[in-house]
Design a binder for this molecule. Sequence first.
Ligand code: ZN
Length: 169
Amino acid sequence: MGRKRLNLLNEKFERLTVIEDCGNKKGFSMWKCKCSCGNIITTKGVYLKNGHTKSCGCINSERIVKRNKELMIDDIPRVKNRIYRIYWGMKERCYNIKNHNYKYYGKRGIYICDEWLNDFKAFEQWSIENGYSDELSIDRINNDGCYSPENCRWATTSMQNANKRHKLD
Ligand SMILES: [Zn+2]
């Protein structure tokens, strides 16, 4: 080969510790590693050196579990939660410049208070404590004000129409 073979024995690569030299396979040096989660894998030295392999695969599975968790609220897919859909709609109107209603909201300076923006649960809790029901929509009391506990209520469509010329929330 001419190239000097790296000795990776006992070296650590993120969660992996190299525990055995497995020789060469198809020109690649192979190393047996023990993952911090307890699994044993064999991988190419080059993958360890370039950061391609950082765990037995448990980092990726944790990421998938986390991602799936983010899509759930109390074990129910969040898209099935009406309050979540309303929350998502608010965010879209206020922050997504590609949303067709953005011009009436984000562009006019309508925003979501930090408490709600950073935490759907805070919005959900406020909703339940403030008369949320499935027939009602979120209504901003002052049409030029933001989405916040002080400026919002759950209202019927007719209440909303009475409150503003332009019903969009
Ligand atoms: Zn692992």
